[in-house]
Design a protein around this ligand. Structure first.
Ligand SMILES: [Zn+2]
Length: 114
């Protein structure tokens, strides 16, 4: 996932979670283990994942929940993060991230973000 290949053309570089949702990317990267259940941090993550504008997908939209109406796929993917978090599956969260990134790169990738 990391380790950028210099063979990839810059324009075609697949966006990573770091590009799309840096706040969540950082969190997920720093916490090798998910927050301890019912801890303060756990609640913070839980509440944010439960809020369409603050969850991983929401962050990608600039902390906006408009995708709920505009994209079924994003909406579905958004809820999946919360579920994976609740069952404390790091693996499922990784899968969610990858699914979301594939969808985002395919459907919502902005033409130019710089
Ligand atoms: Zn979408």
């Amino acid at each position: 996932m990391d380790g950028k290949s210099s063979l990839v053309e810059p324009l075609k570089r697949r966006l990573t979670l770091d590009d799309v949702a840096p706040k969540w990317a950082k969190r997920l990267e720093q916490e090798k283990k998910l927050p301890f259940p019912l801890s303060l941090k756990w609640f913070k993550w839980y509440f944010e994942l439960d809020m369409p504008s603050k969850c991983v997908v929401g962050e990608a939209y600039g902390f906006d929940s408009s995708y709920e109406q505009e994209c079924d796929e994003c909406n579905t993917l958004g809820w999946r993060f919360g579920h994976s978090f609740l069952v404390r599956s790091r693996l499922e969260l990784e899968t969610d991230v990858q699914n979301f990134l594939s969808h985002w790169n395919e459907k919502h990738r902005p033409i130019d973000r710089s």
